[in-house]
Design a protein around this ligand. Structure first.
Ligand SMILES: [Cu+2]
Length: 115
């Protein structure tokens, strides 16, 4: 009878220590998530293309294939980040650019004119 109780106690202690480890790991993960803004976790893709249209909010680019996204070459619109200084954009300009997925479509991260 006594050994049965000891056994039970050991099992309870083992369960307790496992859940303590899990809690510690969870805190560790949360700490990592909080130290990094969500925007920085979105993958950034790189491509090159030719500017087809420019508005204050967006730019249309006829871009090359993007293997990372399984995209063929196409012309599409990218949102321009607000409050970020980008070089003056002109239709017909060749650009090297990076972008990431945003709440509503894709947004330019950086854009460099090519010569
Ligand atoms: Cu595209």
């Amino acid at each position: 009878m006594r050994s049965y109780l000891l056994c039970l106690l050991a099992a309870v202690l083992a369960t307790l220590s496992v859940s303590t480890v899990q809690a510690a790991e969870m805190n560790h993960t949360m700490h990592h998530d909080m130290s990094q803004p969500a925007a920085m976790q979105a993958p950034v893709y790189h491509s090159q293309g030719i500017i087809k249209k420019v508005t204050p909010q967006a730019v249309s680019i006829s871009h090359q294939a993007i293997p990372d996204l399984n995209w063929p070459p196409m012309t599409m619109q990218f949102a321009l980040p607000q409050g970020v200084d980008l070089p003056e954009l002109q239709v017909g300009q060749k650009v090297d650019f990076t972008f990431s997925q945003h709440e509503r479509g894709y947004q330019i991260v950086s854009l460099t004119p090519q010569h």
